[in-house]
Design a protein around this ligand. Structure first.
Ligand code: ADE
Length: 637
């Protein structure tokens, strides 16, 4: 008898000859538990059975050996005491089977327990001979046969007694049926709940997919048509606001030539129709009344129709200006002078793009061409270092026209935080733009090779930039953008890679276009043509193709994030381009599932608040550059 299992409960009845067993290769008498009369002076063996609860006992069956030739006999008497609750019944039950000295076969002796209610039964089995061998003991109670727990204090019997498989004692079916019925009902309800939950999830996913597909279709349509527009511009070159307006929004949003509307599909989405975003008065801004609309709004933005795309020398850089401003430009001469090409001395190549190269050059006598505010720190008669953007000599007519247009626009941008066009060489090929040279290169590379002030920088001996200087640079970018937005220019590609660093942390905004190899990872190529800086773009620029000052504000927030991370990480670096576009969908849906760029370690709450305000879904809730500039001035230590 080991580990709680016992011969008395194993369901196997011993053979007539106890020296043999059903079980192979065990010792003689294996099937039985036996007691010797000499060990029990009282003449009986007492076994106590404890049950899980009070039961109504009908019978007890004891399987006994009766091999009298070996001095083994079934018990001659059993006296049973019953305990219900905590008290033992006063009068025990006694039963005396006939002592059989004729038939040596093992047998079940059935004891009628007369429906005694008990939770424990104590039985005294009296010897009829020198030995008493039992192989099974089972109890039958009125409801069913249960496994019971036994406490055999005197005999050391195993704790479990198994029910006997006896067809004469019926299981009480009704209770079992109720139990099974309940279980089946519970299982049924659980399965139904699971099915409903799964179905709802699948349905929601399908809906989401459908709405995403609608957006994707929209996006694809928008962007492919936009790319057609780029191509169109290259081929036709003459990019009037009328032509632009016919090219993009009208084809996507066929509501008439003057309207810029979110697509009908997107309008159908409940989030869009509920949103306070773009009431008809602003989103349907007529191109001719753009400026009036801007004034009413307080948040300058205008239709795609009013944006002029220019192909920059190092790629597809795009300054966007309102049609009205373009009209002003078109009639006038370029406000910048021709510079004698021979006075330029090539020093080194600063950059290269699809449409040309940028060289560092010495310019003799440039002082004459420069405005007074530039001259105070440049000695006379010393060659001035300049950056010369040069159009490839084999560039086609469109590229030439766009280059000239960029000159026109740049020549009118005069702000300390916008890269200044000093002079041009356009009388002969190759066409050149001469801009001021910023000795520390672009802000992205500048910050990448610097570290924040602190222990780490001290240990690594790396050059550092103080928090105060980071703020100073961010403030200058905000100031430059404030200037651009005051002219209703939309930059479309504000990022640290498009800002140049001069002496003493001075910053000037430029636009190098998208084809510099170094930053190709920052641009997402759609259908092999349109190339977009999606990680810097607002949701409405990506999904609706809408570029406004408000989307420049969004990009400013990302630029600020880059600065506070020392440009050590690309925005949303853990997301693929496709996931970034999906996240844009979440910004559009605004169901709190959009992922925001995290607060950089160095970034105080006040600065992160500015970033978050730049990424507000509603364009009108985003701050103006005027407000951002002011807030940064106040934060700057
Ligand atoms: N790379 C391109 N343009 C530049 C400029 N103006 N100054 C410094 N590096 C440049």
């Amino acid at each position: 008898m080991t580990e709680g299992l016992g011969q008395l409960t194993d369901g196997v009845c011993g053979l007539d000859d106890f020296t043999h067993s059903h079980v192979y290769n065990v010792w003689p008498g294996y099937d039985y538990v036996g007691w010797n009369n000499e060990s029990f002076p009282s003449g009986y063996v007492e076994i106590m059975f404890e049950f899980d609860r009070t039961r109504n006992f009908t019978t007890m069956k004891v399987h006994c050996n009766n091999m009298f030739s070996q001095h083994v006999k079934a018990f001659r008497q059993v006296v049973c005491y019953f305990r219900s609750e905590s008290d033992w019944e006063a009068s025990p039950l006694s039963f005396s089977p006939v002592v059989d000295e004729k038939n040596p076969s093992a047998r079940f002796v059935t004891v009628n327990l007369a429906n005694h209610m008990a939770s424990a039964i104590k039985c005294q089995f009296y010897f009829a001979d020198a030995w008493m061998l039992f192989s099974e003991i089972t109890f039958q109670s009125d409801t069913a046969m249960y496994n019971t727990t036994l406490a055999p204090p005197k005999t050391g019997l195993p704790p479990n007694i198994q029910p006997e498989d006896d067809p004469t004692h019926k299981i009480d079916d009704s209770n079992t049926r109720i139990l099974i019925g309940c279980l089946v009902a519970i299982i049924f309800i659980l399965v139904a709940i699971i099915v409903i939950i799964l179905w709802r999830q699948v349905w929601q996913k399908m809906l989401e997919k459908a709405s995403r597909r609608m957006l994707d279709d929209e996006l694809t349509a928008s962007l492919s048509i936009q790319s057609e527009t780029f191509a169109y511009n290259h081929n036709q070159s003459s990019t009037t606001s009328e032509q632009e307006s016919n090219s993009t929004y009208e084809r996507i949003f066929p509501l008439g030539p003057d309207y810029q509307e979110p697509s009908r599909l997107i309008c159908k989405l409940p989030e869009f129709s509920q949103s306070s975003e773009e009431p008809a008065s602003t989103s349907t801004a007529a191109s001719k009344s753009t400026i009036a609309t801007i004034v009413q709004d307080g948040a300058p933005h205008y239709a795609e129709a009013d944006i002029v795309n220019l192909q920059g020398v190092t790629g597809g850089n795009t300054y966007a200006i309102p049609a009205l401003a373009m009209d002003l430009l078109s009639g006038k001469d370029v406000a910048v002078e021709e510079f004698p090409r021979k006075l330029l001395t090539f020093k080194e190549k600063l950059g290269e793009g699809q449409f040309g190269e940028v060289h560092l050059c010495e310019a003799d006598g440039m002082q004459e061409f420069m405005n007074k505010e530039f001259l105070f720190d440049i000695p006379e008669d010393v060659p001035v270092l300049v950056a010369v953007k040069m159009l490839r000599s084999d560039a086609n007519k469109n590229a030439r026209n766009d280059f000239l247009k960029e000159i026109k626009i740049m020549s009118r941008l005069k702000d300390p935080n916008i890269i200044r066009l000093l002079a041009v060489c356009i009388y002969s090929d190759p066409l050149c733009m001469i801009t001021e040279y910023m000795e520390n290169g672009d802000l992205n590379q500048f910050l990448s090779r610097h570290e924040p002030e602190g222990q780490l920088a001290l240990l690594s001996n790396a050059p550092t930039v103080s928090f105060s200087n980071l703020c100073y640079m961010a403030t200058q970018i905000a100031s430059g953008m404030k200037y651009l937005s005051s002219l209703n220019f939309v930059h479309r590609d504000l990022a640290t890679r498009n800002c140049l660093v001069g002496k003493k942390y001075t910053i000037k905004i430029a636009d190098f276009g998208m084809s510099r190899n170094l930053y190709s990872g920052d641009y997402y190529r759609i259908q092999g043509r349109a190339v977009l800086p999606i990680r810097w773009m607002s949701w409405e620029s990506i999904l609706l193709g809408k570029f406004t000052t408000a989307s420049d504000v969004w990009a400013f927030g990302v630029t600020l994030w880059e600065i506070l991370n020392f440009c050590k990480e690309q925005p949303y670096s853990q997301l693929t381009d496709e996931q970034v576009i999906e996240n844009t969908g979440e910004f559009f849906r605004d169901q709190k599932r959009q992922i925001y760029l995290p607060q950089p370690v160095l970034c105080p709450d006040s600065l992160y608040k500015i970033m978050l305000s730049c990424w507000r879904r509603n364009t009108k809730e985003r701050p103006s550059f005027q407000e951002i500039h002011q807030a940064l001035l106040e934060i700057q230590p």
